[in-house]
Write a protein that binds this ligand. Structure first.
Ligand code: ZN
Ligand code: ZN
Length: 424
């Protein structure tokens, strides 16, 4: 008999799902609580639990943050980009322990879209989804007696979200031919129902206009949010503006560009959802910030120019962090009256919120012209309802990764499905 245990499902972050069949036991995500969360991280008894494998849905800290605690005997599964992003973080934070684990091919297994693998008697298939992390996935688990779908974090309003419901219907449910018994769905936005949904496409449109007016832009966004970086990059390119960032951000961007190029080559195999990845994430004109660097024989005049001269004549989109050292970067271009765009969750700037980040707030307060543009990484309540109706689980629906699980009962889902809602 298959057993499902959910820990911390009633909070955003640190949600851990344990699925045990007759022979095998896997965990989906082993992340840390969000900053400011009440209570300590879950204590997990690895010795008593005899886990075979941990499956990671994506590289956000609230899903993967505690991977170093996993004992050596347990296999780890993650996407290639997740592995690369985490390796780059380990490299730049000089975390040799994390680096060594990530390099270990005997422990770390790279998953691929729609390719099944087995952990003892559990057959597992990852499906790539749209999220503010590049290779986020849903996991379908088939044990001898149950079929379980764990959504991980997902949304429908990013660059790759449009076909989410079709993907679920076609590839996961096989147009109703495959019955999913249990659905575990993220519900982040159930507690943020008043947040207006602003899509990456909306933001792209607004960004193009922004760069038409303001050619000097400092951008504060997550270095691993491939979609938002792509939005600003593409909008800047439309206006002939290049993107600059520190070497760490450039390395993360390289992972997205490489992966997108790979998707392009394999697009017929990868769930057909890949679309024009290469176009969106091509990131061809992203350079390490080095204003004094001389670029030989630049442009049509074939003159040697510094990077700063290019920035001043063509404009720039410079990715920064809300952190002291970047003040110097901004100071250098003060005469151009640049603007700062904050493209992260606004909750970090709200002193009332437990995730409040005083450093970000102080940084932004010290800037003259700040714009706020941000798209959520999570599914709207309407999309969650659509996913539930499409998956149409035979037994139960568990809300996870949410502070407002009860709201699930008020979604526009079929009555018989409403009766299947369970809580951890
Ligand atoms: Zn999350
Ligand atoms: Zn996430």
């Amino acid at each position: 008999m298959t057993d499902i245990k959910i820990y911390n499902g009633n909070q955003i972050g640190g949600c851990i799902t344990v699925i045990a069949s007759l022979e095998g036991k896997v965990i989906i995500d082993f992340g840390a609580n969000l900053p400011g969360a009440e209570g300590a991280d879950l204590v997990f008894d690895w010795e008593a639990e005899h886990v075979d494998a941990v499956l990671f849905t994506h590289y956000h800290g609230d899903h993967i943050g505690r991977f170093k605690e996993i004992p050596h005997s347990v296999s780890i599964y993650m996407g290639r980009v997740t592995r690369q992003v985490m390796t780059t973080i380990a490299k730049y934070t000089k975390d040799t322990e994390a680096f060594q684990i990530l390099q270990d091919d005997t422990r770390v297994h790279e998953i691929r879209a729609a390719e099944s693998f087995a952990v003892k008697d559990i057959r597992i298939t990852p499906y790539m989804v749209d999220h503010s992390a590049y290779d986020a996935c849903m996991y379908l688990l088939e044990t001898p007696d149950k079929t379980i779908l764990h959504t991980g974090d997902f949304r429908g309003h990013g660059h790759r979200g449009r076909k989410l419901v079709t993907m679920i219907d076609t590839y996961i449910c096989r147009r109703g031919k495959r019955k999913v018994d249990v659905l575990l769905t993220e519900g982040t936005m159930l507690s943020r129902l008043t947040e207006k949904v602003y899509s990456e496409a909306d933001m792209m449109r607004d960004c193009i206009r922004l760069f038409e007016k303001h050619r000097y832009v400092f951008l504060i966004c997550s270095s691993t949010n491939a979609d938002t970086l792509a939005t600003f990059y593409q909008a800047a390119r439309r206006n002939g503006i290049k993107m600059f960032a520190n070497p760490y951000v450039c390395e993360q961007i390289d992972h997205f560009r490489e992966a997108a190029a790979g998707h392009w080559e394999r697009r017929n195999r990868d769930q057909k959802t890949a679309g024009n990845y290469l176009g969106t994430y091509n990131f061809k004109y992203v350079y390490p910030y080095a204003p004094e660097k001389v670029i030989p024989a630049y442009g049509s005049s074939k003159k040697d120019v510094t990077q700063e001269e290019i920035m001043r004549s063509e404009g720039f989109c410079i990715v920064i962090k809300a952190d002291e050292p970047y003040k110097k970067w901004m100071e250098r271009f003060r005469d151009l009256d640049p603007i700062v765009v904050y493209s992260m969750w606004e909750g970090y700037l709200n002193p009332e919120h437990k995730a409040y980040n005083a450093k970000y707030k102080a940084f932004l307060d010290s800037c003259d012209h700040v714009r706020y543009m941000h798209t959520s990484g999570h599914a709207t309540a309407e999309l969650i309802a659509e996913v539930i109706n499409t998956v149409n689980p035979t037994e139960s629906i568990y809300p996870i990764h949410t502070e407002n699980a009860k709201e699930l009962e008020h979604l526009n889902i079929r009555e018989e499905l409403r009766r299947k809602i369970r809580y951890e």
